[in-house]
Design a protein around this ligand. Structure first.
Ligand SMILES: [Cu+2]
Length: 410
């Protein structure tokens, strides 16, 4: 075969472009936030029900609507104490350090300077979403209990008609924000903004940690809420919407559905969505979204408005903990319904940090370091995690071993 004289020269550029593209794709494979999603026909192990356990010494996480006035006061007091306690040598309070830890899970991208074996976000969009947040909530609850041993994190049952009303009371986590008007196409104008009354009007956020991850600009030092902004305007969800989770026996499907950024359409194919845990973030924070997707009716987030809607720093809104206590409760309930133990968690084939026996940063014995995700040099504000504490998904599958249960799983 005869090639024109300049053939090599002509081929060189496109070939180089292809090679660069392939390198970029391979390198970014673990940087992307997309799920590893199994097909709906994934094989299912046989059910394993939990062994009968003594529940005598377990602390009980309660439905928020059942909290007594002293229980509400104790929870708020413990939150505020954590917010006002600055460990020696730290620039941030204990509460802010928890927030920073959550922000830095977004920093596991090699281009940001992440080092070590962790592949991709150790806490989101992959199988360790549930175990990572279980350990995170557990540590947060332990910190609250050091202040007041009677406190547990209450949960926000998304299907409970009175839950949000109860959460937003002035004597509990406080109301929506004020001062800004947002016009939403075909829905009218709505207000939100800074929380200016209630017990959290004085909640001061570190503006370097509180930022919008889409525009990478600071969201300031105040707690911001846009509660019930359409289309996230349902104060509670129909029971069927939550119960669909229990139709699936595959862990990865359960995990992805409850995180809520992906949904299964009518043809049982994965599509982008914004439901359950993600929806609850947006009911509080308020998102602007683009047009509703024609096939599944789910909007796509385009602009972040409130604190709870900025996923990295969302733990700055104390409602975060109640939302995640509910995520953890539903997983606990699913586990108790025949999906107990190691059989129901992927043992291999996942990005590093997400398999059953992989340590999860920041509990990976100092193996991995996040890159500097943020608007300032914030990675240095987090003290080096203790190399002694190693936690894998396997370590937290049995929530009762961690010393707690829920009023619904007793
Ligand atoms: Cu999270």
């Amino acid at each position: 075969m005869k090639f024109p004289k300049n053939f090599k020269k002509f081929l060189f550029l496109p070939l180089m472009a292809l090679v660069i593209l392939i390198i970029f794709l391979v390198q970014d494979q673990f940087n992307s936030t997309s799920y590893h999603l199994p097909s709906i026909e994934a094989p299912v192990p046989s059910p394993v029900y939990p062994q009968p356990v003594t529940q005598a010494n377990l602390k009980i996480r309660k439905n928020v609507v059942d909290l007594t006035p002293p229980e509400k006061a104790a929870f708020v007091n413990a939150l505020k104490t954590l917010k006002n306690t600055i460990p020696e040598g730290s620039q941030l309070s204990q509460y802010d350090l928890f927030v920073l830890q959550h922000v830095l899970t977004m920093g596991f991208r090699k281009k940001l300077g992440a080092t070590g074996p962790a592949q991709g976000n150790p806490a989101h969009s992959q199988p360790a979403f549930l175990p990572w947040h279980r350990q995170y909530l557990y540590e947060f609850e332990q910190a609250l209990q050091k202040i007041d041993p009677s406190v547990t994190v209450p949960y926000w049952d998304w299907t409970e008609p009175n839950a949000l009303k109860m959460i937003l009371q002035d004597d509990f986590l406080g109301p929506s924000g004020q001062g800004e008007t947002v016009n939403i196409l075909e829905a009218g104008s709505f207000t939100g903004g800074t929380v200016t009354s209630g017990l959290f009007a004085d909640w001061t956020l570190n503006d370097k940690i509180h930022f919008d991850p889409i525009t990478m600009t600071s969201m300031g030092t105040k707690l911001i809420r846009f509660i019930g902004l359409p289309p996230h305007d349902r104060y509670f969800l129909p029971k069927a919407e939550v119960e669909q989770l229990f139709r699936y026996n595959n862990y990865e499907i359960f995990n992805a559905l409850i995180e809520g950024a992906m949904i299964l359409n009518a043809k049982n194919q994965w599509e982008e969505g914004w439901t359950l845990h993600a929806y609850a973030h947006s009911v509080i924070g308020g998102s602007l979204v683009d047009d509703i997707h024609p096939s599944h009716g789910q909007p796509h987030q385009t602009k972040i408005l409130g604190t709870m809607d900025s996923i990295p720093s969302s733990p700055y809104d104390p409602i975060f903990w109640l939302n995640h206590a509910n995520v953890d409760r539903l997983w606990a309930q699913w586990q108790d319904q025949g999906h107990t133990g190691e059989t129901f968690y992927p043992s291999s084939g996942m990005p590093w940090g997400h398999n059953l026996h992989d340590p999860m940063w920041p509990w990976d014995g100092g193996l991995s370091q996040p890159g500097n995700y943020g608007i300032d040099n914030i990675v240095t504000l987090l003290p080096k995690p203790s190399s002694a504490l190693v936690v894998t998904p396997a370590d937290v599958l049995d929530f009762r071993k961690l010393g707690y249960t829920f009023d619904t799983t007793r």
